[in-house]
Design a protein around this ligand. Structure first.
Ligand code: ASP
Length: 591
């Protein structure tokens, strides 16, 4: 039977007591974390959000002792008693309260608990499905609790920062109109307007731009966004963005705004990061790292080797270069320990990734030189190749050739997989970069038309505008991504604030005037009423917190996430609804 809380009032949290408190009368309220029943001696660890405190029962108080012996893990208790110092041999240095314990005078069992499906106290791995189904128990585990505390601290730091910079947090609607972020919308049928639907926001893009038209000047919102995509490992159907927009901004304005907030965020975990972050054009990121989100923790840039091979004795590469193709490679330092079969394994891996072949050359720890094209190139040329690419003793040079983007992407994948294998992507090391100057458009071969690389409101570079009608594929956008350790943690752009340019971009995207009017007419209208130049960014809060927490999945930093199959295991959503609800919404389910 659950006892009443009555007048029991917490005096201290379970993480608070220290030797200075010895002799104090205290009341702790929390959960039974562990029970240690040693026959004549009974110890209970009581836990709340702040920590764990050991509580001990007086063996001479039989009634209290027998009540205490009925306690089980996860019962809710109120304990009043006196703080005493633990004997030196029982001090627990692992917890902050470990020098003291509370001698119980009174115990109230505020609630009992069923035997949990997994232990809260022993953080042994548990299948994720089970954890998500009983999320309330999972969240009691210190790891998850710490993650949510961290998330709160991060969002508080973000709010403090933007407030100090004069930003207003303005809420935007959840029930709205489709935004063209490029993903599928979640739709909500309207009961009042049969056959009509709201779309949940993929981002507040329109609203934040319209807030700039409205003169709000600086907007921030920590908001939920919804995208109905097939879930990849690090995606959730609903996720949280720190959404920002600013009038009269250039890309540098946004960088100078975001770098200090990242600094504040990292200070939450006691880390000082270096600013400014390097800026890297998209084309350089692809050429040097084979990715638009390069992980800069591990060096090993990809080098252009065309000049070396243009006149080389190796006919295959000579012909590829002559035909406009590329030859690129990167050096894995400290690969002296790689066995021959490991090197062959890398070649196989490259083939599995789609390469027709991967060439290698290496300098062993003792300086001996070997190469898969030793015969074709000759000893001297291989030596020169290793010299020119900076491969010292122990260095392994890997080379791919062919079409430029393909060769870089392949080498980029190999680079990351070798860096991972060799432990070069050190957890707790943070390498930021701004990737800038993304192409404005990319060619969609299926749809045979250009699509926006960011979104259709992204401004082209002023210097590129004269190529708009001639070579649209070559236009660079004033778009930027913030990359951390190979993850995109933010992205944004300077927007088009001129309605005639916006119309031109729509027509490049094959969006007709009528369609533009239907989908974004309200927005195009707004642009005509004195729109200031403006730009913004959205930061992925879930991912940032996951990186800070050292978690590989964003589900570990979201209180109630969905599974990879977009299901809420605890509430069983999505679920069917009753016939009356469907009728009211004018919907019919086709079997
Ligand atoms: N709305 C964009 C996004 O959600 C970010 C931005 O352009 O500010 O990716």
């Amino acid at each position: 039977m659950a006892e009443r809380l009555g007048e029991l009032t917490r005096t201290h949290t379970c993480g608070a007591l220290r030797p200075d408190d010895v002799g104090a009368d205290v009341v702790l309220l929390g959960w039974v974390h562990r029970v240690r029943d040693l026959g004549g001696l009974l110890f209970i660890d009581v836990r709340d959000r702040e920590g764990v405190t050991q509580v001990v029962f007086d063996k001479d108080d039989e009634a209290l002792m027998s009540k205490g012996k009925r306690l089980r893990s996860e019962f809710v208790v109120g304990i009043s008693g006196q703080v005493r110092r633990r004997s030196p041999d029982t001090v627990n240095a692992k917890i902050p309260t470990g020098e003291v314990e509370v001698l119980v005078r009174q115990l109230a069992v505020l609630n009992e608990a069923r035997t949990p499906p997994f232990s809260v106290a022993d953080e042994t791995p548990v299948a994720e499905e089970v954890r998500l189904k009983h999320r309330y128990l999972d969240l009691r585990r210190p790891r998850m609790m710490n993650n949510l505390v961290l998330r709160h601290r991060v969002t508080s730091a973000i709010r403090r920062y933007f407030d100090a910079q004069g930003f207003l947090e303005i809420e935007t609607p959840i029930l709205g109109k489709s935004t063209p972020e490029g993903a599928r919308d979640y739709l909500v049928p309207s009961r009042v307007h049969p056959g009509e639907f709201f779309a949940l926001p993929q981002s507040p893009q329109f609203f934040k731009q319209i807030l700039m038209v409205a003169g709000m000047d600086r907007y921030v919102q920590i908001c939920k966004c919804f995208r109905d995509e097939d879930l990849r490992a690090d995606r959730q159907p609903e996720f949280t963005q720190v959404d920002v927009e600013m009038a009269f901004a250039r890309p540098e304005t946004i960088f100078n705004l975001i770098e200090p907030v990242m600094r504040d965020i990292f200070r939450v975990v006691g880390r000082e990061i270096e600013t400014p972050f390097p800026r890297m054009p998209y084309a350089e990121a692809i050429a040097k790292y084979g990715s638009d989100k390069p992980d800069l923790r591990c060096g090993m840039p990809i080098q252009d080797l065309r000049e070396f091979f243009r006149e080389s004795p190796f006919r295959v590469f000579r012909e590829i270069v002559a035909g406009g193709g590329t030859v690129r490679g990167f050096v894995v330092p400290n690969a002296g320990g790689y066995s021959r079969s490991e090197v062959d394994g890398i070649v196989d891996q490259a083939k599995a990734l789609g390469a027709t072949g991967l060439i290698w050359a290496r300098r062993a720890d003792d300086g001996t030189i070997t190469s898969s094209i030793m015969k074709a190139l000759g000893d001297e040329t291989v030596r020169r190749l290793l010299d020119e690419t900076g491969a010292a003793n122990g260095g392994l040079l890997l080379i791919a050739a062919g079409e430029p983007d393909g060769a870089s992407k392949l080498l980029g994948q190999l680079r990351l997989s070798l860096a991972r294998k060799d432990g070069l992507l050190v957890n707790g090391e943070y390498a930021f970069a701004w990737v800038v100057d993304f192409p404005l458009l990319e060619w969609d071969a299926d749809e045979k038309r250009y699509v926006s690389m960011h979104h259709p409101f992204t401004s082209p570079h002023d210097e590129d505008l004269d190529r708009l009608g001639i070579d649209p594929g070559s236009l660079r956008a004033k778009a930027y991504d913030l990359v951390l350790n190979g993850s995109e943690i933010g992205g944004g752009s300077i927007r088009i604030h001129d309605s005639s340019l916006q119309r031109k971009i729509f027509s490049l995207l094959n969006i007709s005037d009528e369609e533009a009017k239907l989908r974004f007419g309200f927005f195009l209208d707004a642009l005509e009423y004195g729109t200031p130049p403006h730009g913004g960014i959205a930061l992925g809060l879930d991912r940032i917190v996951a990186i800070l927490a050292g978690e590989s999945s964003i589900r570990e930093v979201i209180a109630f996430p969905k599974t990879a199959a977009a299901v809420d295991q605890m509430t069983d959503a999505p679920s069917t609804v009753d016939a009356r609800q469907l009728r009211e919404l004018h919907l019919q389910i086709r079997q």
